[in-house]
Design a protein around this ligand. Sequence first.
Ligand code: RIB
Ligand code: CA
Length: 324
Amino acid sequence: MSALPLIIDTDTGSDDAVALLLAAAGGLGDIRAVTTVAGNVPLATGTRNALFSLQVAGRVDIPVHPGCERPMTRPLSTAQQVHGQDGMGDIGLPDPLRPAEERHAVEVLLSSPRGHPGELTLVTLGPLTNLAAALVRDRDLLTRYRHVYCMAGAADLSGNITATAEFNAWADPEAARVVLESATPDKVTWIGWDVSRRDAVMTPADQSRLERLGTPMATFAHRVNRTLADWARDVTGLAGYDLPDPVAMAVALRPELITEQERAHVDIALGDETRGQLIIDRRRSAPPPNLTLVRRVNEAGFKDLLFTTCAGIRQSRHDVREHQ
Ligand code: RIB
Ligand code: CA
C-alpha cells in the first residue's frame, strides 16, 4: 500500500510538531499541503513552527498555507502558557528556510479534494476555524475527503483548558459546531484529549528514551516539549506529558491502533460555564450519530511508531498490514 495522501491543518505548538514528524518522516504519510490556524500561538508563529518542523523532518518541499488568524466569533485565546511563548518550548529555534505560501488555507481545504475526490485524508490538529470557514462555502466538503480525523474534544468531559473542555474545541466552539453539523460517522473521527491522557502519556522513562535516541528529530521532539512537560506536571498532574496531536495523527496513519471507539451524536456547549464541553447523546431517542469517537488506542503501537519515526526509520504501509 502506498503512503496515505494527507492534508494537515495545525496550530503548530510543540505536540503538533511531533505529529508533523510522524506524517512527514515515517514513510506512512504523503503530505500534499499543510494549512495553519491560530490556536496554541498566533497564526504567524504557528506557521513558522510548521515550516520549521517540516524542515527538521527533511521535507522543505511541503507547502504551508496560513489560514484564519482568530476564531469565528470570539477573540483569540492562545495556549502559550502550555507550550511556551513561541509554542515550541522557547528554545530559540532559528527561522525556517522555506517561506509560507500566499494562497489562503481555506482555499486549499476547498480546492484540494476537487482534484482528488475521495482520495485525501484531512487531519486537523488545532481549532476548527479553517475547516468551518471552508464548510460555510461548501457544506458538502467533508464528503469530498476520504476521511477527516480531528484532534478535538474530550469524550469523558475531563478537560485540559477548563475542567470540562479540551483546548481545540474550547478555542473555537462555534467552528466545532459547524463541523459537527456537517459530520457523519463514516467520514469524521474525533480523537479526544481523553485518549492521549490515557494512552499517549510520555512518562519520564519515555522522555529519557526519546532523548537518548540522539537523532535530530528525537532531540527536536524532546526539547520543544519541555514547557509542555512542566505544564502537565503542574496543571494536569499526569505521569508525564501527553501527546494529543501525535496520537491523533497515528490513528490516521494506522487506524488499526484503535482499540475502542463508538458512534454517537455529539454537539458542543457554547455557554460561558461549559464552553467547549462535548454534549454526547447516547440515549435511544438521540439523533443519528454524527461522529466516530475514538476512546482507546494501542499505547505500545503508538509509541513504537513515535520512537521508530524519531529514530529516522521509515515504515511502509505494507508494514502496517502486518501489524493488523
Ligand atoms: O487540547 C490539546 C490540543 O490543543 C492539541 O492540539 C494542542 O496542540 C492544542 O492545540
Ligand atoms: Ca494542536
